[in-house]
Design a binder for this molecule. Sequence first.
Ligand code: GDP
Ligand code: IMO
Ligand code: MG
Length: 422
Amino acid sequence: MVDLLLGLQWGDEGKGKIVDVLTKDYDIIARFQGGPNAGHTLEFDGIKHVLHTIPSGIFHKNAINIVGNGVVIDPVIFKKELDNLDKFNIDIVSKLFISRKAHLILPTHRLLDAASEAAKGKAKIGSTLKGIGPTYMDKTGRNGMRVGDLEFDNWKEKYRALANKHEAMIGFYDVDIQYDLEELEAEFYEGVATLKNLRFIDSEEYIFSAQDKGEKILAEGAQGSLLDIDFGTYPYVTSSNTTAAGACTGLGVAPNKIGRVLGIFKAYTTRVGSGPFPTELFDEDGETMGRVGNEFGATTGRPRRCGWLDLVALKYTVKINGVTELMMMKADVLSGFKSIKVCTAYTYKGEEITHLPYNVESEYVTPIYKEMKGWAKDLTKLTKAEELPSTLNDYIEFLEEQLNVPIKIVSVGPDRLQTIHR
Ligand code: GDP
Ligand code: IMO
Ligand code: MG
């Protein structure tokens, strides 16, 4: 069986931390979509690590880590990630395998991302500018370059043809993008050389045989369900299926081989980049969440927008993914709030609704809140569920009742050890 771990909001829920906590129970950790737009943070032994493309199981001795076919890889960023791991003496070559079917992000994909965003002006997506959209466009347009192409002698010709086409496309945008392609290409070739030191595999075959051997596999999602290309707040989304279905197409996991579906959410909500966010706060409460929660993007450093928990959206993503267990992150950040609000319904075009409508722009949607008592206690040193303050338990139980799924983990700090199992 393959278990899935997914973000249920707009990303940055704390997936990296939880994958790291859970890896000891798994033989294989596999990424199935997204790319270096992701930033997954892990903290242990006083060190903070940020991973972008490499699965969050890499620090555990016995786990195999797989970058699946649904992922897009930028060799330049990948090399930097590997360089950052150098000092930790990890046997990368025997622990990290790459799917031949994963697509490559070319330097010109990044440039196209920048050109597209610049051309959109105020309507920009707020992309991480890692070339994600253009790379997935080439994938679905059947023009892309894949990792497996690098095993054939003509890969440079393929690269050249695609890069030339991209250059012409950049010209179509009426924007001023400055770049030195020669320099970018030198970096790309260097990244490719590093990538080629790793083992390329037919990852679906690898996973079939691991399943036959009874090995335990955890699929690590990137981004969050509300950034899903189909079910997210389109067009302000990423270009992949971040929901459970993405693990089927991004790894070759058959639906009947999916076991537990672990859904991660923050005790409040954040979003980075543009797009609607019904419960967003523009007041002191939002500012406090951002400051105490240290809400800055792990990939771009941009401040994250903050707001109360949105149960309308969360109910939707629990259903889309078939979540069987929940994990609530960053409960510690809400300590000290006199009262906690949670959105239980929307007013949509003048009517009260409890489902996520087609359009959640603030023009149409106003959140309706339930107010609950907060807690003052510092949670960051707690280790047992019995120590949680009663008003926090009330909050947790209310959410469980609304979502009809048990909350199995409450996270009370960024460190591996600041994790309470219920
Ligand atoms: P991911 O993209 O889902 O892996 O999440 P990010 O790493 O982008 O963002 C989560 C941030 O919250 C990171 O800085 C984590 O170190 C931090 N974090 C995770 N869990 C907790 C928690 O329970 N409390 C606090 N205060 N920080 C946490
Ligand atoms: P993790 O895995 C939060 C957001 C960007 C932008 C939109 C599209 O760390 O949770 P893209 O670069 O994909 O074209 O950007 O999606 N975004 C994320 N927000 N966490 C992420 O990943 C994100 N990856 C992309 O900010 O709004
Ligand atoms: Mg992140």
